[in-house]
Design a protein around this ligand. Structure first.
Ligand code: 5AD
Ligand code: SF4
Length: 409
């Protein structure tokens, strides 16, 4: 293992609770692991993948955080609020009654802060990046071996660029009816507010055969519904990184549609710049594909869209929405919106408000802009005051609530 920090403490420096762990005698084969998931559906699937790898290595996966010997926090960095939630949950685990658990951080915060996590939270034992999760059984074994001893270790592994496809095939599924299936990892769109390209790396499309093999195994195990996952699913197979899948997204959808035994499938998330009417036609035509599309607009102002580096205009988006409604009759359309982006004026906000009114989304997820490390937007002052962000957030939320209600009636 590359990155190990030896603590080199005397036994008397160790907290009493840590010594109790050692006295209890930790063995690799009987420990309970609790995985706490924060953030998006990609993390829900990643937690399941982690669970599969650790179950295969002989650990017991438990829902009971209080009794777990090891707690892994699978974290989210998309907004500051998400990170705050993680830190407070880690604090609770450190201070829990009785023997404290071994604590690990995986997911986006692991890549965002790497070994600096040990400074912020000295009780954390290991940090594992989004593409490094395959190393978890080995890391945990190493931590256990030294926990409570003179050369207790801190381990961080955050540098991998690729995941081995093998990690998706343990057969470990928490839901018996529905499964998330990753089709691509990472994102290289570099929207100016978004931390994802910095923590999840470049876009990598999984090979179609591997994806189909995973889905077939799920269906054989009784699963009937699938959600295909990626940060930008409709760029699937694009030759962005040289790692090119021989099929494009629509071809992949067609292949999934004919898997015997599969009843329904859908996909998230799509980027408007990679969306064309061929995709809407596929949604309309493929019988098992849910008539649903999540198409984040983020803003209705051309000026803000440009600053966000979204690479489409308000008019492009409105045209897409119109075509979708025409082609996918009765289909659902949902979106994400950020209010209070740096420099967002009342006029910019009104443009977003009017777009929401015009498109009539079935549902919308509205977020207040949160400055993120590494991003381009961090260079601009976060100058929309908190109360103003809250006002704009509440106004769009209320508008969307009324629209959603009307469309459901
Ligand atoms: N601040 C607020 N919202 C954000 N999102 C992504 N980054 C930020 C940020 N820095 C939102 C976008 C994205 C959704 C998953 O989270 O709307 O589509
Ligand atoms: Fe972030 Fe933009 Fe990539 Fe979505 S498409 S993950 S918002 S950079």
């Amino acid at each position: 293992m590359k990155n190990q920090i030896d603590r080199n403490l005397s036994p008397h420096d160790l907290p009493l609770k840590a010594r109790q762990i050692k006295a209890g005698g930790m063995t690799a084969k009987c420990l309970d692991i609790n995985i706490k998931t924060f953030g998006c559906q990609m993390n829900v699937r990643d937690s399941e993948v982690i669970g599969g790898l650790l179950a295969r290595a002989g650990y017991e996966i438990t829902d009971d955080e209080e009794k777990a010997d090891i707690v892994i926090f699978n974290t989210c960095s998309v907004r500051q609020m998400a990170e705050n939630r993680v830190w407070s949950a880690v604090g609770n685990a450190v201070n829990r009654k009785g023997v404290p658990p071994i604590i690990g951080i995986s997911g986006c915060m692991a890549n965002n802060y790497r070994e600096a996590i040990f400074e912020k939270a000295p009780a954390v034992d290991f940090v594992v990046g989004t593409a490094d999760i395959g190393k978890l059984p080995e890391i945990i074994k190493e931590i256990q071996k030294h926990k409570g001893s003179l050369n207790e270790k801190k381990i961080y592994e955050t540098d991998a660029e690729f995941r081995e496809d093998e990690i998706y095939h343990t057969g470990f599924r928490l839901d018996k009816e529905h499964a998330f299936v990753v089709i691509s990892e990472g994102c290289e769109n570099f929207c100016s507010y978004c931390v994802v390209p910095y923590v999840r790396g470049k876009l990598r499309s999984r090979n179609a055969e591997d994806i189909l093999k995973e889905i077939k195994a799920d269906v054989d195990a009784g699963i009937s519904k699938i959600t295909l996952l990626g940060q930008n699913v409709n760029a699937y197979g694009s030759p962005v990184t040289g790692h090119r899948s021989p099929v494009n997204f629509i071809e992949l959808l067609k292949k999934v549609n004919v898997i015997p035994g599969l009843k329904e499938f859908t996909f998230v998330t799509s980027h408007p710049k990679d969306t064309a009417i061929e995709l809407f036609k596929a949604i309309a035509e493929l019988d098992k594909l849910r008539k649903y599309m999540h198409l984040p607009v983020q803003s209705g102002s051309d000026r803000i869209l440009k600053m966000m580096n979204r690479r489409y205009t308000r008019e492009n988006y409105l045209n897409l929405a119109r075509s979708y409604r025409e082609i996918v009759k009765g289909g659902e359309l949902t979106t994400d919106i950020i209010v209070g982006f740096p420099g967002e004026t009342e006029k910019d906000f009104q443009d977003t408000f009017d777009l929401v009114k015009e498109v009539e989304f079935n549902a919308g997820f509205i977020f207040k802009y949160s400055p993120r490390p590494h991003t381009e937007a961090l260079k601009w002052p976060d100058d929309v005051p908190r109360e103003e962000k809250e006002r704009r957030h509440a106004l769009i939320l209320e508008l969307q609530r009324k629209i959603s209600k009307k469309l459901k009636a």
